[in-house]
Ligand binder design. Structure first.
Ligand SMILES: [Zn+2]
Length: 460
């Protein structure tokens, strides 16, 4: 077992040395574009299209635009028709095929194109669709004259109906730098409480092949995380520049994105809009929407390519060195919702630990509040309902940029507005509880400052 592990590790090390010891002075050699789903796997359903179809249109356009913009770069498509890639018989085999294709071609970038759906957050309203006469019993008169009579009255007939989806806009996913460690922790917590979804487990590299997953995860953290983050950020900037509602870059580890876990190169997954949001869907199937979306991603790739070349011209041959640091990303890019709403700093928390565990609970009655949370302008929780079970996330604080704002955004207000969460903070061996309130006008901000050696108070 150990021997086998070493052999794989050495093999991987050789592969990476040959790819990364040399500075990049030329254009990226190979880019894989991956239209999500396909064929019998239609993905999310809109009123007028399916995710598989719309993703294919955008991907084909992206291929054409990129071919023109970067003629020296080879573009490989995982599929060019409405079928599962490689003629694979099922979804999981097709996912493996996508990653294998990119790995075997030693691609420099992997870009997966999808459309989002917020079906899990469907809300309902009641409306009057007519009226009817109903009989009821009443009493008239007093004392002995009092008697029972039957009367009629008009009452409304109501109908439950789906409220239009409110979630719209773009999200670009990358794997979190420490996704493997997070999954190990999650797995440990799940012992004796096996609620694993069979379908997602099959797609999950962590479950399917933990040894391989660990090797890929460490390579990803070292070589590909920063590049993936840079490209993802450029994509969201480009979307925002043409007026799209941009959620920003989402780092994912709580759910397997197989293609991102299994590819050995910088990789992103672009959710180009919500297929079940009327406006988004109409845009994404329009000529303008397809062109703008493809052009935005292509612009991001071109900027990324230029940045790599510029870095290598400056003599930066160190592949590990971040090509853009977090600080400059933060100043460059702010997701739409943080710009359009007021941000109120509720508390400033100084901690001597570089890790902060944050758990969100609904504070009173569970009334369907939905929140998103951003840290240093990256979405770390997106469109998640809060209830009596916590939604938990870890913040990594850094000495280079010790101050970071965590922003809680209200996505829906639930039945009892405003949107108030009880937030439990664990850091530096202490636990604090804070109520945060967000509305559609104002976001709630907790500011964290990393100060090694600081004395932690017992209460805030
Ligand atoms: Zn999808």
């Amino acid at each position: 077992m150990v021997k086998q592990f070493l052999v794989i590790l050495l093999g991987a090390a050789t592969f990476f040395c040959s790819s990364f010891t040399f500075a990049q002075t030329q254009d990226l050699k190979t880019i894989v574009i991956d239209p999500g789903h396909g064929g019998r796997d239609g993905g999310a359903q809109g009123s007028n299209t399916r995710e598989a179809w719309a993703a294919l249109e955008i991907s084909l356009k992206l291929r054409d635009v990129l071919k023109k913009a970067m003629p020296n770069t080879k573009i490989i498509m995982t599929r060019e028709t409405d079928e599962l890639p490689g003629g694979m018989p099922n979804k999981n085999a097709a996912l493996r095929y996508r990653a294998d294709l990119a790995n075997q071609n030693k691609a420099d970038l992997f870009i997966s194109i999808h459309l989002n759906a917020s079906a899990g957050n469907q809300r309902y309203g009641n409306r009057v669709i007519g009226s009817k006469e109903v009989e009821y019993t009443a009493y008239v008169g007093k004392g002995k004259k009092r008697k029972k009579v039957t009367k009629t009255k008009t009452v409304n007939i109501y109908e439950k109906y789906k409220l239009p989806q409110t979630a719209k806009g773009t999200q670009t996913y990358i794997l979190a730098r420490d996704w493997y460690q997070q999954k190990v922790k999650e797995a440990a917590n799940k012992v004796g409480n096996d609620v694993q979804n069979k379908d997602s487990a099959e797609q999950d590299l962590f479950v399917a092949d933990p040894v391989k997953a660990r090797i890929l995860a460490s390579q990803y953290a070292k070589y590909f995380f920063q590049k993936s983050l840079t490209l993802a950020t450029f994509c969201e900037e480009e979307f925002a520049a043409v007026g799209r509602y941009s959620w920003g870059v989402l780092q994912r580890n709580w759910e397997g994105i197989w293609v991102l876990q299994a590819t050995q190169m910088p990789s992103i997954l672009v959710e180009t809009g919500f297929i079940d949001h009327d406006e988004d869907e109409a845009y994404l199937i329009s000529k303008k929407g397809v062109e703008e979306t493809a052009q935005g991603i292509a612009n991001a790739v071109v900027r990324y390519n230029e940045l790599l070349k510029a870095n290598s011209l400056e003599g930066n041959s160190n592949a590990d060195k971040p090509i853009v640091d977090n600080k400059s990303l933060q100043s460059n890019y702010v997701p739409s919702i943080l710009k359009e709403r007021k941000n109120e700093i509720v508390k400033t928390i100084i901690t001597n630990s570089n890790e902060v565990k944050v758990s969100f609970y609904d504070n009173a009655e569970v009334d369907g509040d939905t929140i998103s949370v951003y840290y240093k302008n990256n979405a770390i929780i997106s469109y998640t309902g809060i209830n009596t079970r916590p939604v938990t996330t870890m913040l990594q604080l850094s000495a280079e940029s010790p101050t970071g704002d965590m922003v809680m955004v209200a996505e829906t207000l639930g039945l009892v507005p405003p949107n108030t969460a009880l937030v439990v903070i664990e850091t530096g061996g202490k636990q604090y509880k804070i109520n945060l309130t967000s509305t559609f006008e104002q976001n709630a901000v907790l500011r964290f400052i990393y100060q090694p050696g600081a004395v932690m108070p017992n209460t805030l």
